[in-house]
Design a binder for this molecule. Structure first.
Ligand code: ASP
Length: 373
């Protein structure tokens, strides 16, 4: 089942990627997903929409990445960024673009969100997500969701259809039901690759391996040919920041959290100001990495505060927080960011971060490893 779904998604993603690449080449621009060595576009011209996204940071190294794995991650990011661009081309708002794009990756088993999320130590998938609208500074967040198929849509529903900013656990899933969001058994989020990751980590730490989840496909007798990802890719959270046609910015992040997390642990993703933040007064940020450090530094809001109160250029603010402040407390991970005046930035202190950006009318620029722009 996993494999079928993955193959289908991969095929669709690669098809889109190739089709859009051919179109871009016909127009004389870069094929999306191909890092050409061309300098990154760091600022979008006024009145053009712009998108920056990440697909998780961690020990992601060229030496341990197979070409088909790399292509699959790029196809996933490409499908997501194109979902956002379709919304923006149609005159949609930043929030609509982000929700559409992150829903695509919540279905993609390669990324650590929705189907494909990492497992908690008790053998369940517990999902966190958040969105923030820079124009209104309204935000919605959910944590420890276990049955809602699209946590990012639930975060948006919390923002728009409840008086609250954050709902957690069963209450959040109950609210999802009450507003008609699709419910699935927790085993819907199961993937063999993530299960193997949990089993391996629990054994390594000398902890009891939880029973295989009820409803999960039976353990294969012979090893399944999976798209292989090094164990260290246990992050893979997904986030996006957007500036739309009206010049409004927004941020969104969705994740399964960290592998083998304990006791309904909540990471930085749904904590407004830590893993997700947006204000038209400063910037929009989405983070990925070991959430505990991002919470302590309120990373997303700190970057925006440097922009807002110190007048720092966006990239300088990102570098200060990610390279200097996060490094100083031994935190690992990265961020993406955008400002209402079109500055775009990313930064990470890990060996790699899946990342991409696109400005209206341009080509997708993607990177994975540290030595890429
Ligand atoms: N930041 C997420 C968390 O700590 C994990 C990740 O980014 O991969 O929950």
């Amino acid at each position: 089942m996993d494999l079928v779904k993955r193959t289908r998604l991969l095929g669709a993603g690669l098809g889109l990627w190739m089709a859009s690449g051919m179109m871009a080449m016909a127009q004389g621009s870069l094929a999306p997903g191909v890092t050409s060595g061309a300098p990154l576009v760091t600022r979008a011209a006024p009145h053009k929409w712009a998108i920056v996204m990440h697909g998780g940071a961690g020990v992601i190294e060229r030496a341990s990445m197979k070409p088909d794995t790399e292509a699959a991650y790029k196809a996933g990011m490409d499908a997501s960024i194109r979902a956002a661009s379709r919304v923006l081309d149609g005159g949609g708002h930043a929030m609509d673009a982000i929700e559409a794009a992150l829903k695509v990756l919540e279905e993609d088993p390669l990324f650590n969100c929705g189907h494909g999320a990492v497992f908690a130590a008790d053998g369940t998938n517990q999902l966190d997500a958040a969105l923030m609208d820079g124009a209104t500074m309204r935000a919605g967040a959910v944590a420890d969701v276990t049955t809602t198929r699209h946590p990012i849509s639930l975060a948006r529903a919390v923002m728009e259809r409840s008086p609250h900013v954050m709902l957690i656990g069963h209450g959040a899933d109950d609210f999802a039901k009450s507003v008609g969001l699709e419910q699935v058994p927790n085993s819907f989020f199961f993937t063999g690759r993530r299960w193997q990751g949990l089993v391996k980590q629990m054994k390594k730490e000398g902890k009891p391996v939880p029973p295989r989840p009820v409803g999960a496909p039976p353990e294969p007798g012979t090893p399944v040919v999976e798209i292989e990802t090094p164990e260290a890719h246990k992050y893979g959270t997904v986030g996006m920041v957007v500036r739309d046609h009206d010049g409004n910015i927004a941020a969104g992040t969705t994740t399964g959290g960290t592998q083998a997390k304990l006791w309904n642990r909540v990471g930085d993703t749904p904590i407004i100001g830590a893993g997700t933040y947006a204000s038209n007064e400063s910037c929009a940020v989405s983070a990925t990495g070991t959430g505990e450090y991002f919470i302590r530094l309120t990373v997303a809001r700190t970057i925006c505060a440097l922009v807002q109160y110190k007048g720092m250029p966006l990239q300088a603010a990102v570098d200060d927080v990610v390279q200097r402040q996060l490094g100083a407390i031994h935190g690992d991970g990265g961020v993406i960011a955008i400002t209402p005046d079109g500055q775009m930035a990313w930064g990470f202190n890990t060996p790699g971060m899946f990342r991409a950006r696109l400005v209206e009318g341009g080509a997708v620029q993607m990177g994975i490893y540290r030595d890429e722009p």
